[in-house]
Design a binder for this molecule. Structure first.
Ligand code: PLP
Length: 391
């Protein structure tokens, strides 16, 4: 028989002693003492009460609240992954025959979600080069309900003029959804520039240690309460432990992003200096970046984030030699962790695109994407020097 615990008997609560860190509420459901308290719950008379994990969890409430504060929005909804968050953002607001305008160089997983999955349910997408906001304007149709862009695109590091795109979007009564995964709110705050929904793959910088999978949406209360409802109905929720880990990581988010940005600008400059081995470096902090001036308007404090990409002068073979020559920097198809890692977009995130689509997205066989970590910079440069010499 299950023992009924009288919470008032807990000496911790009796003496108003609280845990310093929010505990992991590893429970899928809550016990209610009587039928009246169920009525109280459903009619909103017990603030902060929970019933069943799919409807909400203390750890996910805490996480959503914190990220929403960082993003300067009203509230946040936590989902099972970045892709889960995108799905919730789109399906909670759009239906059959609705139209999306999306950047043509979004994360590969987002491209295939729109192209191959949501199209089957009658949600149409036009892809545009959003580096020029006029391309977005030209792609808007009568039924356009959503514009989807990334603050910094993956992996070509193009920047969106979020303020201008927000203006264009709102003239058509559409919703602007910005994937801020690469930038994080320490580099840019899209909601301040006019975005309606800001999305994160929390698997990346928010988590920061390559040990959790989570997604977050932030925005105005009305849009978020519909997103939360859809999240509950579809079950795209995150469990308490991943939410707890992500909340814990938020205490060091700013320091990690700052340190990796400082390393990234140094590495970008070093790679540019190796012109015999590197044909192009993609990093918004470099004056050679075509949108360097725009980045000063879109980004917060002159920090440009920890992500960069570069093209080796050789082809796929050269990329293969480069990867094999690395010793401590690993080939790890994710980003935003404390250790420097590399990835090959053509073989991973953009693998499902055909050659034309890759060309359109600017993905080459010799492209290496780097998630710059927080190590001592000199050790990172030494590692890249050895691998470039071998490439
Ligand atoms: N958005 C961006 C920019 C990403 O890089 C990724 C994953 O790499 C996602 C969304 C999807 O996030 P997740 O892997 O957490 O589903």
């Amino acid at each position: 028989m299950t023992k009924k615990i009288d919470r008032n008997e807990s000496s911790i609560e009796k003496n108003s002693i609280r845990p310093h860190s929010i505990p992991i509420y590893q429970t899928s459901v809550y016990d209610y003492p009587d039928l009246e308290s169920l009525d109280d719950f459903y009619e909103g008379r017990i603030p902060g009460a929970y019933l069943y994990s799919r409807n909400g969890l203390p750890n996910s409430t805490e996480l959503g609240k914190k990220v929403a504060e960082y993003e300067k929005t009203d509230s946040g909804v936590v989902c099972s992954s970045g892709m889960g968050a995108l799905l919730v953002a789109i399906l909670s607001g759009l239906g059959k025959d609705d139209h999306v305008v999306a950047s043509n160089d979004l994360y590969g997983g987002t491209l295939v979600l729109l192209k191959d999955e949501l199209s089957r349910f009658g949600i149409r997408t036009t892809f545009a080069d959003s580096a020029d906001p006029e391309n977005v304007r030209k792609s808007i149709e009568r039924d356009t309900k959503l514009i989807l862009v990334e603050t910094i695109s993956n992996p070509t590091m193009k920047i969106c003029d979020i303020g201008k795109i927000a203006e264009i979007c709102h003239e058509s009564n559409a919703v602007l959804l910005v994937d801020n995964t690469f930038a994080t709110p320490f580099v840019a705050k899209p909601a301040i520039l006019g975005a309606d929904i800001v999305m994160h793959s929390g698997t990346k910088y928010l988590g920061g240690h390559d040990d959790l999978t989570i997604g977050i949406l932030c925005g105005k209360s009305k849009i978020m309460s519909r997103a939360a409802q859809f999240c509950t109905r579809s079950g795209v929720i995150a469990g308490p432990f991943d939410c707890w880990l992500a909340t814990r990581s938020l205490s060091t988010w700013q320091v990690r992003v700052k340190q990796s940005s400082e390393n990234a600008i140094k590495l970008a400059n070093y790679l540019e200096s190796r012109s015999g081995k590197v044909s192009k470096v993609y990093y918004p902090g470099l004056p050679s970046h075509p949108q360097h001036d725009l980045s000063k308007r879109v980004f917060n404090w002159g920090i440009y984030g920890g992500m960069l990409s570069f093209d080796l002068t050789g082809g796929l073979d050269s990329a293969g030699r480069f990867v094999k020559s690395l010793r401590t920097v690993t080939l790890t198809p994710s980003l935003g962790g404390v250790h420097t890692t590399i990835s090959h977009p053509g073989k991973t995130s953009h693998r499902n695109l055909n050659e034309d689509q890759k060309r359109e997205s600017g993905i080459t066989d010799a492209m290496i994407r780097v998630s710059v970590g927080i190590e001592t910079y000199d050790s990172v440069e030494a590692e890249f020097k050895t691998a470039l010499d071998a490439a």
